[in-house]
Design a protein around this ligand. Structure first.
Ligand code: SAH
Ligand code: SF4
Ligand code: F3S
Length: 467
């Protein structure tokens, strides 16, 4: 049965704020927090909301995980290694808690939203004090108050996955770049993917709420906004507002924001209207993350991606003909069940044909409850490793060539701050989302500068600031 979409009424958010006040004035409340975030941008942004709620409850961020009063793990379960990493870290913290029994250990996010997780935590992880899923994240104040008052464990992983909470406080990581969620959840059910099960049904925020949030960010000095959704191209299809994603992009671009990005786009839904908006709107960065997953039509079919290699390449051609300088990036999965050597080579040949700026490459990881987990033809791990290495080598060569070809170009860089390698150098991102290092002054941080590219590394560019 399909779960109902639930817009959380403002009275409920107000009730949570009241719980937050009670925590703030509770003598036994935790004083400091540390959030460990796994997974994608959605999770990174959820962590900013969790931090916002914790700050409202009077907690301050700790620089040291082992010294914090509350350590919250915002987990991911997209692949087995993501899950193992999170569980490994949580279990490691159990030893620290033996020394500091007052420490509260919390776990939330996608891993927790999986079926039967609540029982598993209650039985196998008795040192976890607080657990909640993705849909009830907004209830953190209520749960924390309960944990503090009753000095007992709070494990709340109910079926509430498809919520839309508005008006949560957000403690943002950066004053320059910000995320805005435009839609939650996913309806696509790609056969390998757990996201639809742990993030609930597709549900769009109202365009006015999104625009208002963008306006607030612009007023506070933010220079770049990234709009987030698992498949932003289906923005609005679940509501009767009648605003498409291309129209939403246009509206947000009018708020005075200087640079606008978005992810992720599903190739089956990439419309001409969106390409047109990108091509004619100078605020929208010339970059598109367009996950292809595989270059083989048989594999794409079994993945339930609902497009062909030919359709994908046609969309790439349309993008490039409208925007010759657009940078494309992608996600690729190797060793999907039954993948033959020839089918794998179809992915390599697609990568050669598209010439992405960069690609995220993954070995298929079976996820319980998804359709692909029951498909025959599991690929031997040694074959899978060998394939991913060949794919990475091909993409690295292409990335090197693409970057080298940018020498002599002038790119607009949003300066983030000092480069990690050399303190005298600044670093920032070009419109195509490529890291650019150059000599400049600290005053440039948070501004756009024009940089002439003089050299390229394996995945960064070097250049000189132009006057
Ligand atoms: N909504 C986005 C991606 C979300 S997950 C989209 O549709 O593109 C990010 C990436 O993880 C996916 O693009 C896919 O390449 C990879 N991924 C998802 N499930 C996986 C699995 N079971 N094994 C390996 N990689 C997976
Ligand atoms: Fe997963 Fe597919 Fe949805 Fe992306 S579109 S989140 S890969 S089900
Ligand atoms: Fe993101 Fe991982 Fe969840 S990729 S949506 S945090 S399963």
């Amino acid at each position: 049965m399909r779960e109902e979409i639930k817009r959380i009424p403002s009275e409920e958010i107000a009730r949570q704020r009241d719980f937050a006040r009670q925590v703030r004035f509770h003598p036994d409340r935790p004083r400091t927090y540390y959030i460990v975030t796994y997974g994608c941008q959605m999770n990174a942004h959820d962590s900013e909301k969790l931090a916002g709620m914790l700050e409202e409850m009077g907690l301050t961020e700790s620089a040291d995980r082992t010294q914090a009063d509350l350590v919250l793990h915002n987990t991911c379960c997209i692949r087995d290694n993501a899950e193992r990493k999170a569980l490994g870290n949580v279990t490691w913290l159990k030893e620290v808690k033996k020394e500091r029994p007052e420490m509260l250990i919390g776990v939330c996010g996608c891993m927790i939203q999986q079926a039967e997780m609540a029982q598993k935590i209650l039985k196998q992880y008795p040192f976890i004090d607080l657990a909640f899923g993705t849909g009830n994240l907004y209830r953190l104040p209520e749960y924390l108050l309960e944990a503090v008052e009753n000095k007992d464990r709070v494990v709340r992983v109910d079926s509430e996955a498809s919520t839309v909470p508005e008006g949560l406080p957000v403690h943002r990581e950066s004053a320059i770049k910000a995320y805005i969620t435009v839609m939650y959840g996913c309806n696509n059910y790609c056969s390998y993917c757990i996201v639809p099960y742990v993030r609930g049904r597709e549900r769009s925020r109202l365009a006015d709420d999104i625009v208002r949030e963008a306006e607030g960010l612009v007023a506070s000095g933010v220079k770049e906004i990234m709009l987030l959704g698992q498949n932003v191209n289906s923005y609005g299809l679940d509501s009767d507002e009648g605003v498409s994603f291309a129209q939403l992009l246009h509206r947000v671009s009018q708020t005075g924001i200087e640079r606008l990005r978005f992810m992720t786009s599903h190739p089956k839904d990439l419309s001409d209207a969106l390409i047109d908006e990108m091509a004619h709107n100078p605020v929208i960065a010339p970059h598109l993350h367009l996950p292809v997953q595989s270059g083989s039509n048989r594999i794409l079919h079994d993945m339930n991606r609902r497009y062909t290699r030919e359709h994908y390449l046609q969309r790439v051609a349309a993008l490039r003909s409208a925007m010759p300088d657009i940078g494309l990036t992608t996600d690729l999965i190797v060793a999907f069940p039954g993948e033959t050597e020839q089918e794998f080579m179809d992915t390599v040949s697609l990568v050669e044909e598209v010439r992405y700026d960069s690609a995220y490459t993954f070995i298929y990881s079976p996820r319980k409850g998804t359709r692909a987990a029951d498909m025959p033809g599991r690929i031997d791990p040694a074959v899978a490793s060998e394939r991913i290495e060949r794919l990475i080598a091909a993409q690295e060569r292409i990335t090197g060539e693409v970057l080298a070809s940018m020498k002599g170009q002038t790119v607009r860089v949003l300066v983030e701050g000092a480069s990690r390698r050399r303190a005298a150098q600044l670093t920032g991102k070009s419109g195509r989302n490529i890291n650019v290092n150059f000599d400049g002054s600290k005053d440039d941080a948070g501004t756009f500068v024009n940089v002439r590219i003089t050299g390229a590394g394996s995945n960064t560019l070097r250049g000189e600031k132009e006057d």
